[in-house]
Design a protein around this ligand. Structure first.
Ligand SMILES: Cc1cc2nc3c(=O)[nH]c(=O)nc-3n(C[C@H](O)[C@H](O)[C@H](O)COP(=O)(O)O)c2cc1C
Length: 206
């Protein structure tokens, strides 16, 4: 777990050799995800485009997708971490069906990854306490301090804050990546590959 900001030093797609092996490519994808979760926007540079991802769940009425911020990763365990309000619809959907998909796109790389995941939800324990301690005084903590559940109707746009900075609504979501669908858009020909845990990686028709 490391929140230290890193510079965004992506491998430009143009320099990725055309003869790259699938195992090298898989390592590069995780390196890129590592750069993304630790990147921060600064005055002269935006955050890595993969830091903000789209996250899809299976809802009662079909698929539901929204933006999230990737906060952490454990590449050796194929896990990505993000945060949510425990009362939010996405968490309710995950309690009913833990399958989710994370979508990342990088214009500079020309890379899209679709990560098929199984999500674990944690609202207590040492890890949750430590993560909350690190964000509780940041503006991001406001996302988990509303006395009302996300999606509750309001009379006015401003959401009241809870009087105390309790963390009972703060949930840490750990996405265990089961499969990666990688797509590269490239002037010399698009490429696509699939990496599935327990199976041989495979080039695919883009
Ligand atoms: C750029 C951006 C980043 C966001 N990051 C998160 C996040 O990390 N976690 C989260 O729960 N919601 C995040 N949101 C809000 C969600 O996209 C969504 O609107 C909200 O969580 C309600 O989703 P739900 O009703 O499906 O639970 C973000 C929204 C934007 C626009």
């Amino acid at each position: 777990m490391n929140d230290a900001p890193n510079p965004v030093t992506s491998v430009p797609a143009a320099t990725l050799p055309r003869h790259t092996t699938l195992s090298t490519l898989e390592s590069l994808i995780w390196t890129e995800l590592d750069l993304a979760v630790h990147s921060r926007a600064s005055a002269d540079r935006p955050a890595h485009p993969w830091r903000r991802a789209a996250f899809a769940t299976v809802g009662e009425d079909g698929p539901e997708v929204r933006s999230i911020v990737l906060r952490d990763l454990q590449a050796d365990r194929r896990e990505l971490v993000f945060y949510a309000d425990a009362r939010s619809p996405k968490v309710a959907q995950l309690r009913a069906d833990p399958r989710g998909q994370i979508l990342c796109w990088s214009e500079p790389l020309g890379w899209q990854v679709r990560l098929a995941c199984t999500i674990e939800i944690a609202t207590d324990g040492l890890d949750v306490t430590a993560r909350w301690a690190r964000i509780r005084h940041r503006p991001a903590a406001h996302d988990y301090l509303s006395p009302l559940a996300p999606g509750s109707p309001l009379e006015a746009p401003a959401v009241p804050l809870a009087p105390e900075r309790v963390r009972e609504s703060f949930a840490v979501l750990t996405a265990r990546v089961r499969a990666i669908d990688w797509l590269e858009l490239h002037a010399q020909g698009h490429r696509r590959a699939r990496f599935e845990h327990g199976r041989e990686p495979q080039w695919l028709v883009p």
